[in-house]
Design a binder for this molecule. Structure first.
Ligand code: NAD
Length: 495
């Protein structure tokens, strides 16, 4: 693992101006525009990224297309491809702390979480899909005996990936690794609010022997670089993680360009339902608190709506408030802290505004609600619990994406289901009960891509991450993710 001294040794390393990765070269954006990278830890500038526009994105897509057609990667034998992907995982693991610290300086996630969730899970993801390369085959259909029907899986070509700032390396790996495993080339645009670790991954991929051009990286904001990638006529598939507002625009860009397929992992407003027959309420309170407050609530599947059976409402609110009030908020590179920084000042402001509005609508702030450690120049907010929240309130319906938990009580199973399904989202959910039949009834009735039962959070590559309703479509993770990056070709042969 790591200790504080090792972190302190590298946490102030200077970070040179970052470039775009196109082919084998690191280049500046053609227009010469750059953007400062501000660290949420202390509000200070730590580096600069290139702001790419249409011309840069076009060059990246052309480079990806050329390498795809030439076949250095797309036609590489499976065993050789697998070696390169394992080498990428080796190099990520060999540079775990450096990657984790770099990412934390950029996005503010507490190091204890970032270390496992960012380089840790990215390495596992590359290994998982490396192993899939020579284990996922086509099929033979059961046609009549005078025909043979083959179903071949073919790479789609050039994949465009657009990712957010909350877990850039992990989410980047969820897109890049399965796309590469199926023989595609990728152009990725990380968030302008967290690009550094993806850029470092680009160096690692080249070092591991991924043919140049197979992975290109363009940085910059959504309106320029992101839009150019999403509208590009030669991108075959777009895989996106981010907010619903952006997702809506991507669908328009697709319709206005080449009708590329768009797969989306969007926001959530996930219910976490506590029944009075839960075995260990204290444990449920701890796990539920971390299910919202880790990474300052900047987690897509965060259990942000606590629904509590009325019989235990006051007791449970006490338990979760007590536990949450003891969480240590502060410098995300201090291993003693439980919760780090909010990604940006504007995100912090937006989180606080949600709480203020909830109060005007009748919500009661039971815990937190305030900015802390302002003197550091960084962006920190107390874990916040708002009770008496009703279904029609803004804070019940919309994603805060911050350390804010709402509490609503219910009196029976039916009401719990109605509240749980009462938003436009359908990403994750939690159910706490000792009654197995009730757990199964709830699993069936809740409209969400994931149901956690008697736990909240936790996952690995074997389970898909998927959303229903306005939380998205398609899957990241698991073998199902491969479907996004392959086309099926039917072959009909007369014997
Ligand atoms: P965002 O939508 O603002 O940005 C995401 C990415 O899209 C960034 O790279 C951004 O530059 C780009 N972008 C923005 N506008 C664009 C445009 N018009 N055209 C093309 N690209 C554009 O989201 P964010 O604030 O970075 O991330 C937070 C959101 O991501 C939350 O809603 C969160 O729930 C969601 N998220 C979902 C999952 C999941 O798996 N479902 C995981 C993590 C985060």
């Amino acid at each position: 693992m790591y200790n504080q001294q090792e972190i302190d040794k590298i946490r102030y390393n200077s970070i040179p101006e970052q470039k775009l990765l196109i082919g084998s070269k690191w280049v500046k954006a053609k227009q010469g525009k750059i953007q400062n990278i501000i660290s949420p830890i202390n509000g200070e500038k730590i580096s600069e990224i290139q702001v790419s526009d249409e011309a840069d994105v076009d060059e990246a897509v052309k480079s990806s297309r050329a390498i795809f057609e030439e076949g250095q990667w797309s036609n590489m034998p499976p065993a050789a491809k697998k070696k390169v992907m394992h080498k990428i995982a080796d190099l990520i693991e060999g540079n775990m702390l450096e990657l984790a610290v770099l990412g934390v300086r950029d996005n503010g996630t507490e190091i204890n979480m970032a270390y496992k969730a960012e380089p840790g899970s990215a390495a596992e993801t590359f290994r998982y899909y490396a192993e899939a390369i020579d284990k996922v085959y086509g099929e033979i259909s059961n046609t009549s005996n005078d025909f043979v029907g083959l179903i071949q899986r073919e790479p789609v070509g050039v994949v465009g990936a657009i990712v957010p700032w909350n877990f850039p390396l992990m989410i980047g790996a969820w897109k890049i690794a399965p796309a590469l495993a199926m023989g595609n080339s990728v152009v990725i645009k990380p968030s302008e609010a967290a690009s550094l670790s993806i850029l470092r991954l680009g160096e690692i991929c080249l070092e591991a022997g991924l043919p140049p051009g197979t992975l290109n990286i363009v940085t910059g904001n959504g309106r320029t670089a992101g839009q150019a990638l999403a509208r590009h006529m030669d991108v075959d598939v777009l895989t996106f993680t981010g907010s619903g507002n952006t997702g809506r625009q991507l669908l328009e860009y697709s319709a206005q360009s080449n009708m590329k397929r768009v797969y989306q992992e969007l926001g959530g407003k996930s219910p976490n339902i506590i029944f009075s027959d839960t075995d260990n309420l204290e444990e449920a309170a701890k796990v539920s608190a971390m299910g919202i407050f880790r990474n300052s609530g900047e987690v897509c599947v965060a259990g942000s709506r606590l629904l509590v059976e009325d019989k235990i409402h006051d007791e449970f609110l006490n338990l979760i408030s007590n536990f949450s009030s003891k969480l240590k908020i502060g410098d995300p590179l201090d291993i003693q802290n439980d919760v780090g920084a909010i990604n940006s000042e504007s995100q912090l402001q937006s989180d606080m505004n949600f709480v203020k509005k909830a109060e005007t609508e009748g919500g009661i702030v039971e815990l937190g609600g305030k900015r802390v450690h302002k003197e550091t120049g960084g962006f920190y907010m107390e874990p916040t619990i708002v009770s008496s929240v009703k279904k029609d309130m803004d804070i019940f319906q919309n994603e805060v994406f911050g350390p804010v938990l709402t509490v609503t009580s219910f009196s029976n199973e039916e009401e719990a289901v109605q509240l749980a399904n009462g938003t436009s989202f359908g990403l994750a959910s939690g159910v706490w009960t000792a009654n197995l039949s009730r757990a199964h009834r709830m699993i069936k009735k809740i409209k969400a891509g994931t149901v956690f039962v008697n736990t909240y959070g936790g996952s690995d590559n074997t389970l898909p991450l998927t959303g229903v309703k306005q939380s998205g479509n398609g899957s990241d993770k698991s073998l199902h993710a491969l479907d996004k990056f392959t086309d099926l070709k039917s072959v009909w042969m007369k014997l």
